[in-house]
Design a protein around this ligand. Sequence first.
Ligand code: BES
Ligand code: MN
Ligand code: ZN
Length: 486
Amino acid sequence: MQIHFTQDLPTEARLLAQVVDQGKLPDGMEATIRDGADAARFKGQVGRVFESFVERGGKTRRLALAGVGEPESEKRIANLEKAGAALTAKFLRSGEKEMALDVSGSNLSAEEAAAVVMGIRLRAWHLDNYRTKLKDDQRVTLETVHVVGAPEGIEDAWQRSEAVAEGVEFTRELVTEPANIIYPESFVARCKERFAGTGAELVVLDEAQMEELGMGALLGVGQGSERDSYILAIRWNGGEEGEQPVAFVGKGVTFDTGGISLKPGPGMGDMKWDMGGAGAVAGAMLALTKRKAKANVVGVVGLVENMPDGNAQRPGDVVTSMSGQTIEVLNTDAEGRLVLCDALHWTQKKFNPRLIVDFATLTGAIIISLGREHGGLFANNDELATDILAAGKRSGDEMWRLPIGPAYDKLINSPIADMKNVGPRDAGSITAAQFLARFIEDGTPWAHCDIAGMVWDEKPGATWDKGATGFGVRLMDQYIADFAEK
Ligand code: BES
Ligand code: MN
Ligand code: ZN
């Protein structure tokens, strides 16, 4: 989708869109429109669109009014995005090729106008390339958006937002691609392509190198798959030289069958998005790199496929992690923590980060706890937890904190090894977090985000179509902007 900024209404755009604050139809609006909006009970409610026809500039135009709610709302930016997204939802496949978004009479700041455009752009993302039999009226038609009369500063505001949009879209792409297309090696290849020439530095570990480092936990998970496992690190050094980086770490299980502890058939296809944490970390790194964030950040993803073949690890196997700690693998379906523990340990040894935040589709239990409204947050440090919660609220990727502590920790003690990879049925998301906590060095602030409920949506949402949401990218971007760049 092309976005242009202009001061004059383009003659070629038949579709004319405007945003409307709650209860305030734009001045000078024709009486027929006012009456029509009234009849349709359109008052500028967030995300509502009223459609009509008007004559403007000597042409009949299709007019769409998108509601943005109360101007004083604390959710102002999110509401503006929702209005933009609602326009896309309505017109992306409508036959219209161009849309003129007229904000000239609207009092929007540059940041606010950019938020509407962000909503338009994010809601447009989709992956149609495997659909060879799309009917004409199912095809995307909307190609260009002309933003008319935006205030000064819009180009800079949009440049920043556009980088973040690219990051969110990259995450959605990685998450949406099926597991025969995105597997550990091709995940790395796609990142190499996408980061080429951006200034980010990529470090890849293959199985031989991970063997050498002693990553028995991660390698054990990949052992039943024909596909090789990898670790990928993406570094962006936009901050001061020598300053310790912030580290983001992601779970990248490109397909999770459960291994020998095989999952039931129905719904197993969902496990193509068990790399949603890694996808979010890669997308966030792209956003930070593209907007040249003034911070040192490293994103590390552990990439494996969890399959049950003759070489697969068995329930009861004991593996040794890179940290030296041993693990009794009682359930091969609790594989995410096995991947993360080696990725987390290596990240600390290799990059000496000042803090770590990990993202993982780690437990089904977090979906039972929090549904699909919040990701689950766990942390060994209150300040970091507070900052992540704040960044979540501001960005719309909202988190909710759950407890950790010694009483939960002892639930994963093992009679044969240092720990087992599953606790009892109770508190499943917390014992998973406790497992990870055992691999964080004393004094390193660490937060764990269990995003199993947030990566995929069966229905269209605020700024996404049904499918991959891109959750986590905007949270990481916001965290860096608010707490690492200043
Ligand atoms: N990838 C799953 C968690 C998951 C479930 C993500 C549903 C998204 C939707 C994870 O590897 C897993 O299988 N976890 C087990 C842990 C259990 C064996 C302790 C689970 O949640 O059932
Ligand atoms: Mn699993
Ligand atoms: Zn998994």
